[in-house]
Design a binder for this molecule. Structure first.
Ligand code: F55
Length: 823
């Protein structure tokens, strides 16, 4: 912290702010070829971005040589997804120059906010898993932990969602169409990545059997760096994202045969590897191209890691002392056989030495227990694309099962459950099993989730390796998710308790006594209202709908998935609608219910729920009796930059997944940190949020995880709830009978049927009444603004635990065994 404070004092000098305006003008001309008298916002955004970026390059190089000189152990966070969102404000925030920059930009005739809006989000991920990776990079570098993100520079990130006639339509997200000023492309660094071919045995000069991978098709990987400045900028790191380039000799034989077009076709196809992000979350689509993407990331990254390591070491024996690799889910788990291959086939080690190095290098984070999201790859596909890896996986499995069999003699069922190879229904490689066997530590992302891993999904492994499976509860970076996105509240907090909270979020506890101070409560309420006004203007712009900032803002923003139960929220909305229609003069708490989230393009049921939200909104918003009391809107294209507007404006945060299914959630943390009250089930990190804020400051309802499990075992009958609850029955009948789709009566039958006829797997029917009661308690509390604001303050005040700084320190101390540098 002292460094940060010192920094902000002489920030003008460190970042040469007196020259910034001239630099912007210079970059307008020299880099962009624009007339500096032009008033194009996009050009000025770019010129500003380049001028900001160039101020960090020095600090970045200094950081990297610090790491080198101290021979610090480095952390590599391998992830198929990152969701950084926009960079401009994040750079300015972490450099501590937002206000100064605002003035300079004003002198040029712009507002900082309008230039900020020119930036297209970097949407290189689907949701929580990708955003978590980005929060962790911010927290690593802000705490001087030498860490790098490694991922893929997709040409097309997560699709752009539009809503047309109530339906989701996907458009391609050509986010770099107009260039991206944050990228530093390394045209001169290229690594070769191999695919296909075969594994060949030969004898080395000592007469040992060795393997080599031959007749491969090769693709080149080119790195592109994006700087990641730590808060206060004492350190600057980077994420390194790979793009595929065809190799020069690609399909040489076709060229030689005179088949120019044939050869070019191969070249073009090979560059497709990094074209597009797979838009599925929580669902595995077993496409060959996806496996290629995974291996492409892993192969390029390990060449880079080993190159850097070998600059300072002569032997690979000490790799685990110098390198920690965190696997963000199983998506990069092919890294385990890849490192084995490199150590044995390229560097000549024997199996046991290589395996020991491997298992001391890797750790694996699991983000889901949903069976449809667990990765398995057909053995024939993996064996064709990566023949040598397939051999190595078989050998890993053979040795592993030998160990299990020795510990549990005769327990063949256990062996088949634990095997890396699934036999039933055609052989497949279970990537989670491979990741567990090849890692020294496996973690879940919230206490409840890690418990479910230990006692449910990975129970056999927990019995076999009793200390391997642990918990690290997720966190979010308070820089982006409070300081940057909520200037009104941040200013108030800093005025009241000083500026240290943003690097030590536990400090927010000092707000607790202020909840009793009515002047502070008023100031808090004013800040929230200001944010709600800003969001209202945004909603008007985006969906041409006016919303009233004085109503309760009830928000559910997350990927669309049946287990997240947006449908339960809709059922509440329909119930409120009916109550108002039945009794138009009833005294009810006025609400604005907002939804946002993308559905995977092939996920029919999730898309239908988006349609239902929009049709319910149409009916509700057009009804004169309802006017002023209930409004519903679906905001298209939820993304990081939209979250930064939504989160600060929320009164109520909907975290209503079926208990046991949401591994952690991180939106829950962002909303509460910004003073929203949570209505939620005891799922994921909600459990820990309740522990922190106190049961009296959160609205918890519904089945608990063990009750869901018991009900599944003992037989669950959703119809029972339908029969016994007239209000629920009416809601279901309206959905099923076409009340919201008069032109197409059967439109929502699949929604109705999934609850009434197909077993209601996510148990909405069971949780409906408890949810309605919790919502009634919300309404009652909101009428007492004094009490509401008190609880809003207490929510933010008790969010200290959910800083990603805390999560990252737990990984650093407990898993990576690295210490912050220079402390
Ligand atoms: C993406 C691709 C595949 Cl193949 C599978 C899953 C995903 C994905 O996006 N998962 C994801 O976002 N998981 C979420 O991770 C968060 C961070 O740990 C959790 O908070 C959240 O509960 C979990 O669903």
């Amino acid at each position: 912290m002292s460094r940060v404070c010192k920094m902000s004092k002489n920030v003008r000098e460190v970042f040469r702010l007196d020259e910034l305006k001239d630099d912007i003008r210079r970059n307008m001309v020299a880099l962009l070829g624009n007339d500096p008298r032009s008033k194009r916002k996009f050009s000025y955004y770019n010129a500003l971005a380049y001028s900001v970026r160039e101020r960090l390059v020095d600090l970045w190089m200094r950081t990297q040589s610090d790491y080198y000189d101290s021979m610090a152990k480095r952390v590599y966070y391998l992830s198929m997804e990152f969701l950084p969102g926009r960079f401009l404000m994040n750079y300015l925030t972490n450099m501590g120059i937002v206000d100064e920059c605002r003035e300079i930009v004003a002198e040029l005739g712009f507002s900082l906010e309008e230039l900020e809006e020119e930036e297209w989000d970097a949407g290189l991920g689907n949701g929580g898993l990708g955003r978590l990776a980005s929060c962790y990079l911010d927290s690593m570098v802000s705490q001087n932990i030498p860490g790098y993100g490694y991922g893929i520079l997709y040409d097309y990130g997560i699709f752009y969602q539009s809503i047309v006639n109530g339906n989701q339509e996907e458009r391609c997200d050509n986010w770099r169409r107009h260039g991206c000023p944050w990228e530093i492309t390394r045209l001169d660094t290229l690594y070769e990545v191999k695919f296909y071919g075969r594994s060949e045995t030969y004898y080395d000069s000592d007469g040992n059997v060795r393997f080599r991978w031959v007749d491969t098709e090769n693709v080149m990987a080119m790195p592109c760096d994006i700087l990641i400045p730590g808060y206060g900028c004492s350190h600057v790191s980077n994420m390194r994202l790979w793009t595929a380039q065809s190799s020069r000799e690609f399909n040489l034989s076709d060229f030689n045969r005179g088949d120019y077009i044939g050869a070019m076709h191969g070249k073009v196809m090979s560059e497709n590897i990094t074209k597009v992000l797979y838009p599925n979350d929580q669902f595995l689509q077993g496409m060959e191209l996806r496996l290629k993407q995974q291996y492409f990331l892993v192969s390029a990254t390990f060449q880079d890691i080993l190159r850097r390591y070998l600059k300072q070491h002569t032997s690979l024996a000490a790799l685990p002392e110098a390198v920690a690799v965190q696997l963000n889910d199983t998506h990069p788990a092919i890294a385990i056989p890849e490192l084995m291959r490199l150590l044995m086939d390229v560097y000549g080690m024997g199996w046991d030495v290589a395996w020991d190095i491997c298992t001391r290098t890797f750790a694996y984070t699991n983000h889901t227990v949903l069976p449809e999201a667990l990765e398995t790859w057909p053995v024939d596909l993996l064996g064709r694309l990566l023949p040598r890896h397939m051999q190595i996986i078989y050998e890993i499995n053979r040795r592993f099962l030998e160990g299990v069999a020795a510990t549990f003699p005769g327990d063949t069922e256990r062996l088949s459950r634990m095997s890396v190879i699934q036999e039933e229904g055609g052989q497949r490689v279970r990537m989670a099993n491979l990741a567990i066997v090849g890692s020294h530590t496996v973690n879940g992302v919230a206490a409840l989730h890690s418990n479910i891993l230990q006692t449910g999904l990975f129970r056999d492994f927990h019995e076999y390796y009793p200390r391997k499976i642990r918990n690290v509860t997720n966190g979010v970076t308070p820089r982006r998710w409070l300081m940057q996105c909520n200037p009104a509240l941040s200013r108030l907090i800093t005025q009241s308790i000083g500026p240290e909270w943003c690097c030590n979020l536990e400090k927010l506890r000092e707000l607790v006594p202020l909840a009793e101070d009515s002047a502070f409560r008023d100031a808090w309420a004013r800040a929230k209202l200001e944010n709600k006004r800003l969001l209202s203007r945004y909603v008007l712009r985006k969906v041409q709908m006016g919303i009233n900032p004085n109503t309760l803002f009830d928000m559910q923003f997350k990927r669309m998935h049946e287990y997240k139960r947006q449908l339960l929220n809709v059922m509440h909305v329909i119930s409120l609608f009916n109550r108002i229609k039945d009794n138009p003069s009833a005294d009810i708490t006025p609400r604005t219910v907002l939804f946002g989230g993308k559905a995977a393009p092939g996920y029919y049921q999730a898309k239908l729920i988006i349609r239902l939200i929009n049709e319910v909104a149409r009916v509700v918003n057009a009804d004169a009796d309802v006017a002023g009391r209930l409004r519903v809107a679906f905001l298209p294209n939820y993304c990081i930059s939209q979250a930064e507007k939504v989160v600060p404006a929320a009164d109520l945060s909907e975290q209503i997944s079926t208990a046991g299914m949401e591994a952690s959630g991180t939106g829950n943390m962002k909303f509460a940190l910004n003073g929203a009250l949570t209505i939620g089930t005891l799922d994921g990190a909600n459990v820990e949020i309740m522990e922190e804020v106190g049961a009296e400051n959160i609205f918890i309802f519904g089945l608990k995880a063990h009750e869901v499990a018991e009900k599944r075992r003992s037989g669950y009958n959703p119809r029972e709830f339908y029969e016994n609850d007239a209000e629920l029955r009416r809601v279901m009948d309206m959905i099923g009978s076409g009340f919201f789709s008069p032109d197409e009566r059967g439109l929502f039958s699949p929604v109705y049927d999934s609850l009434m006829h197909h077993g209601d797997y996510y148990m909405l029917m069971a949780d409906y009444r408890p949810y309605m009661e919790a919502q009634a308690a919300v309404d009652a509390l909101y009428l007492d603004q004094d009490q509401w604001v008190r609880k809003s303050i207490l929510n933010a005040a008790n969010m200290g635990k959910f800083s990603s700084d805390r999560s990252v320190m737990e990984y650093a101390r407990g898993i990576w065994h690295v210490e912050p540098l220079g402390k």
